[in-house]
Ligand binder design. Sequence first.
Ligand code: RNT
Ligand code: ZN
Length: 422
Amino acid sequence: MTDSAIVAAYEIAQARYGEYGVDTAAALEQLKSIAISLQCWQGDDVHGFETSEASLSGSGLHVTGNYPGRARNAAELRMDAEQALALLPGRHRFNLHAMYGEFGGKKVDRDEIAAEHFYGWRDWAKANQLALDFNATCFAHPNAASGFTLSHRKPALREFWIEHVQRCREISAALGREQKSPCLHNLWIPDGSKDLPADRWSPRARLRASLDKIFQVTHSSSAMKDALESKLFGIGSEAYVVGSHEFYLGYALTQGKIICFDMGHYHPTESVADKISAVLQFCPELLLHLSRGVRWDSDHIVLLNDELRALAEEIVRSNALERIHLALDFFDASIHRVAAWVMGARATLKALLHALLEPRAKLLQYEAECDYGARLALLEESKTLPCGAVWDYYCLQMSVPVGMAWLEEVARYEEKVTSRRV
Ligand code: RNT
Ligand code: ZN
């Protein structure tokens, strides 16, 4: 498609949306201000850069696929991330995990990491005008092999993980101060058991005590913020997860922490979208992990499906764009990893655009008039309004590839760079 054809299609779309009282230019202005945090772990299948052979076993996380060209070190991962970011309209963020520190070939255990191990990331982020987010890595480590970390029955092991998380929060604060944007620290732990526990109470009581200890150290919210992520079940924690939804929701709401909803961490028919307007009545902010659950897996690449669309709609309808942090969380090693990043991020942006283009005033009017037939009809009609033409125009305006052209860029990058990694 030529540039002028893209513009012509946009102008028709603009007029079409205008008929429903929707301002496409205003929607694009809003879209421009939304940042998505790209997960570093999609680039290397959650390996990280520690010297020890970190294995995901016991973590409940499982990456499938062996597409060639995985990033093997920080330089490669940064290069791949830059390529992905270059194919996304807008300015985004980058989400680190503690196991991605640069340790100079030395063994630095999780309870020894410090900000200096992330200076390489800090400098890279600065050069690329990116802000960083951070995650403690409470898995892929011998001290997590039992499947328990912060709720472990042994005090010494709990102490190890408490120290790790405290250090991660300090690193987050250091990064946040420098980048002049709060670094969001998310805590997810794998703790749970494969089969029926006889005692569900004690691990939760221990987790609560560990969290209390961790959060005794406070950091300025202009430097870092704390989020807590629950899960329904994992591989090897099918019968019991210590950090369940109710556990963390209770903790976050009573202790002033941010709750993280991962789209793949709920019952398949449960709507994460519906939780937004419920929980935001009681807390200022939310973190959303954008993911796609497929049967037993919670980590497929997000696509523009009903769940993602509903989620974006609820964010926009709740007027909560400024209260919600969006972070991608999937890992797929069966296709090119840069393509996975780009697809997930572009799908998210498209969902947000679709939501921003909703004929909201008209829908609310029908609702106020109790004209539910008209409300339903317009909801249905709005699905096929020419959102794609507005999206194409946005990509053109933001100087990123329009349509499938991004895939050609990935193919070129693969040929030149990732296919040579052997
Ligand atoms: C795991 C959680 C968590 C991880 C990352 C790697 O089930 O979703 O967010 O995916 O920390
Ligand atoms: Zn997650």
